[in-house]
Design a protein around this ligand. Structure first.
Ligand code: SF4
Length: 374
């Protein structure tokens, strides 16, 4: 059996999450669920399915110790539903403890290396991206938001790490790629380990919430943390992985690269609702067949909209699923309901986000000054 490949820069879906766990040593989240007093909908609906060393973060929460939550966004476009998932996880884990600090990297170096966007272009997009995560609930008082290209501590770490890896090691993890992508992977390792530098209070547990296809970055960074632990005292970073959401065409992951079969948090609500109404579904060829055989929620991007983002609660998600697979729910009405939820959410999010643009600008500007010790 071929080993599954994970391409952190691609659009492929993951076919078999259990195999992924077995092949890459990712632990299942389910045994740890009882340790969460109020699990997020990502946890309770099995969207966050795997982890590495999540117990270390839960220990920090229980013992009121400091920890960091670190992730970022490539500022190549507006927030979409895939980036919202990571942002939702960051906001949730920040909310678990007053001792949690979020580090949010605006990955403009990766945007340049992977997408060829200039730093001037991406710095404009960064403001809207940061305003979006603020609107989703990020507490700015416990957040460090920065542009990769301007954060010298990240650059220095990446430079140090570049002496510790060979081309063959990177090729084994990522396959044959441009040097720029290898470099951006080392910079991401710098992002993930920066919260443990003395400027931020020294070594501490760090949780990285990411899509499962980003695991190569986590493996590389954990190797580097071990290699440089003598010099810096790094803890290996912990990670929590979410499932990848289907794009509206149902054949790729929801991503900025497939924007025609996706929508962003900036799309006019009515236009996004229209896209939902013309999405691929797991429905049958005829109403009669659907009543008899039931729909296929497991391959349906409309069901993913409910499950990953827009169902009011877990009971609503289960109801949609059960009604679908039992042939009680028809795709037309199901899409209408989902479109209404999407429309309402986008209108609220955009209003909130527009009111937070000034705060987003200030937060980015703050990172340009020397940070206080945390
Ligand atoms: S009823 Fe809803 S969830 Fe089921 S296949 Fe149709 S659109 Fe998808």
């Amino acid at each position: 059996m071929d080993r599954q490949t994970l391409d952190p820069w691609g659009t492929s879906l993951i076919k078999d999450y259990s195999r992924l766990q077995a092949e890459f040593g990712i632990e299942p989240v389910s045994p740890l669920l009882k340790r969460f007093k109020n699990p997020s909908h990502h946890l309770s609906r099995g969207i966050d399915f795997g982890h590495r060393d999540l117990g270390r973060i839960l220990d920090a929460v229980d013992n009121n110790n400091r920890f960091a939550v670190m992730s970022g966004i490539k500022p190549t476009g507006e927030f979409h539903l895939g980036t919202k998932m990571t942002a939702d996880d960051m906001v949730y884990f920040q909310s678990l403890s007053k001792k949690a600090t979020v580090f949010y990297a605006i990955a403009d170096v990766e945007a340049y290396c992977d997408n060829g966007l200039s730093f001037a272009e991406t710095s404009k997009m960064a403001v809207k991206n940061v305003a979006d995560i603020l609107a989703l609930g990020l507490d700015p008082d416990r957040a460090v938001v920065y542009l990769q290209s301007e954060e010298m501590r990240v650059m220095k770490l990446a430079t140090i790490f570049s002496r510790g890896v060979t081309n063959n090691m990177l090729k084994a993890i990522y396959g044959e790629r441009q040097v720029g992508l290898y470099w951006s992977a080392l910079i991401q390792a710098g992002d993930i380990l920066m919260p443990q530098l003395p400027d931020f209070g020294g070594p501490k547990p760090v949780l990285v919430p990411v899509g499962a296809d980003q695991d190569p970055h986590i493996r590389l960074t954990r190797d580097l943390a071990a290699k440089y632990s003598g010099e810096f005292g790094f803890f290996a970073p912990s990670a929590i992985y979410h499932r990848l959401m289907l794009s509206l065409s149902g054949d790729t992951k929801m991503s900025k690269r497939t924007i025609e079969s996706s929508f962003t948090l900036d799309d006019p609500p009515a236009a996004a609702a229209k896209k939902v109404l013309s999405a691929f579904t797991g429905g049958r060829a005829t109403v009669e067949e659907q009543r008899r055989l039931g729909g296929r929620a497991d391959i349906c991007p409309v069901y993913d909209l409910y499950r990953f983002h827009f169902a009011e609660d877990d009971e609503h998600t289960e109801r949609v699923y059960n009604e679908c697979v039992k042939g009680i729910r028809m795709c037309g009405e199901c899409k209408q309901e989902a479109a209404g939820l999407v429309k309402g959410f986008l209108a609220r999010q955009q209003k909130k986000r527009d009111g937070l643009l000034g705060e987003a600008r200030e937060l980015i500007a703050k990172s340009r000054k020397a940070p206080s010790r945390r």
